[in-house]
Design a protein around this ligand. Sequence first.
Ligand SMILES: [Zn+2]
Length: 322
Amino acid sequence: MEGWRCIDPHVHCRDWNESYKATIREVAILASTQGVVAIIDMPNTDPPVTTLDTARRRVETARREGVERGYYIYVAATPDIGQLEEAVGAVANLRWVAGLKMYTAPMKGLEASTIEAQRTVYRRLSELGYRGVLAVHCEKTSLFREELWDPSKPWTWGYCRPPEAEVESVKDQVRLALENDFRGTLYIVHTSTPDAVSIVASAKEQGLKTVCGVTPHHLMLSLEDMARSSGLALKVNPPLRQRRLKEGLLDKVREGQADFLETDHAPHAPSEKLGPPYLSGIRSLDNYSKCLEWLLGNGVSEKILRDMTYNNAKRVFPMIEE
Ligand SMILES: [Zn+2]
């Protein structure tokens, strides 16, 4: 979109041991061609960003690759108390650390998959007086039905990790944040169901500082699209949803209930997606500006879109300079 300056609060730049998938430099250049002037990189890298030292090294890598501006990172928030303290210290001490990220679903050992583990994170962040952003990937592992996944029918991924796994996990996060008097901003990433967006909206009314984001792929594609030959290429977490839910999610966007447009840009080698291990992740930054045009053409007002692509991110992540 001509003249738009956007912020993408959720990308995976890979790099390091996964440089064959993408590098920080490549993703930053791609972002700029799409009108995205600042990105926030997720910590599930190889090795993961869990400490002050890895956070520093991450930004040094960016600088070495010539990325001087508009690059920010999250540090993982795990249920390990010592790690959590270190992560909070990284947010306090490094101005390019935009917040913390917690995984409720399996993610390279970084996850807090039980309620007890998640409660530990909220309680400790509260005790440490943390006031920054906690981004959370919400899928309740106990509701997964692994036995339904059949790579020869790629759409079964949507049954394996069903909508209720997201909805129930979002409810858990809101409850845990309120119960533990969490004072930061709870950011529910990549909401893929209208119910999840509604839960965030009513949590705001209860006085919780909370926001949610939606991705281009959950708005523009549905589970039915996975029945095409390229179905495995569309495997993503959380999965694409059935058309009815996808339309419901778009309604929430039209109503101005989604705070961010986030790409969750997640490059892989094609062979890793189309064959074992059938990795999840879509290169959604490739189509960012197309998605903006699509949303404007599908009843989303320019005011709402400006808020979702820039104004809300500037408010929630005040450290961002482009
Ligand atoms: Zn992600």
